[in-house]
Design a protein around this ligand. Structure first.
Ligand SMILES: [Zn+2]
Length: 292
């Protein structure tokens, strides 16, 4: 069986993960167990002990994540320092997978997923990574149809609706790179339009009516929120932003609509949310199944 992806040089971004075959939306691209994992109470420097016990291939993989030059065990020592530093500063992509694992499983405090660490960021990603606490694997699913040769990307930021300036600042501070994805490139019309609709969506949520009677106001607020959520979801549809965070917005909208007795709309939106979530937990590619 052929692999669905390969790791190779991505222009200006170091290494990246690329689709080798067409990958339909909803397909699992890979599932990865941590290469090394530290439990609660262990320190980043304890990684050194684990690394010494790894087989040669895994150790090379681990060393490959370092930006520190050097060789052999000396390089390992530096690597563990680098990890300690990175954990404090949240500098590397590897650390992002680490943090996600830590927050979704009590078993691991720190865990390193070396292939997933190679996936670059986009504010308009075509994949999503989710930690599966029972299998203790990180799973990456295609959230859009990905043609062969396209780079696989995930969103490093937890929220999807931030303005370009906020996203760029967070990515620079947290990961040390400047995002130049299509949403962050404000020199294009698509970039400008996306940014404009983000601003409008945010502004539409600011308005309040403190002067209204309480009951009327509650109703009014619900309608306003429904309007704002619809605006936001229109924007995500235009930019093809999907994934579980967007699914949760559809669920929230469905709840608001059902509390306002708009049951048909609520059902429609709940189904859209479910469909988006299925894409992030979904099916396996035939080539992937053969490889298992
Ligand atoms: Zn971006």
């Amino acid at each position: 069986a052929r692999m669905l992806y390969e790791v190779r040089v991505a222009a200006n971004k170091g290494l990246g993960l690329f689709a080798k075959l067409p990958i339909p939306r909803g397909t699992r691209i890979l599932a990865e167990k941590p290469l090394v994992a530290l439990r609660s109470g262990q320190r980043p420097s304890d990684i050194l002990g684990y690394a010494k016990k790894l087989d040669e291939k895994s150790r090379e993989q681990l060393l490959g994540l370092s930006w520190h030059p050097g060789s052999g065990i000396k390089r390992l020592g530096r690597w563990s320092e680098a990890l300690g530093w990175a954990v404090r500063n949240r500098r590397t992509k590897a650390i992002d997978a680490t943090m996600k694992a830590a927050s979704s499983s009590a078993a691991y405090e720190l865990a390193l997923f070396p292939v997933i660490a190679r996936i670059n960021h986009s504010c308009l990603p075509n994949a999503q990574a989710n930690y599966h606490p029972l299998h203790r694997t990180f799973n990456v699913h295609a959230t859009r149809d990905i043609p062969a040769g396209e780079e696989v990307s995930i969103n490093y930021l937890p929220e999807v609706g931030q303005l370009q300036g906020q996203r760029v600042a967070k990515l620079e501070e947290g990961y040390g790179f400047t995002c130049n994805c299509p949403a962050c490139d404000l020199s294009t019309n698509a970039g400008k339009e996306g940014e404009q609709s983000r601003k409008e969506t945010r502004d539409s949520m600011k308005e309040t009516r403190a002067d209204m009677p309480a009951r009327e106001r509650q109703e009014w607020l619900r309608e306003r929120e429904i309007e704002a959520l619809n605006l936001m979801l229109d924007m995500y549809r235009r930019e093809d932003i999907v994934g579980r965070e967007v699914a949760s917005i559809y669920y929230h909208l469905a709840r608001l609509q059902s509390s306002g007795d708009a049951f048909d709309d609520a059902l429609t939106n709940a189904r859209v949310g479910l469909r988006l979530e299925e894409d992030c937990l979904g099916a396996d590619h035939p080539e992937y199944l053969v490889a298992l």
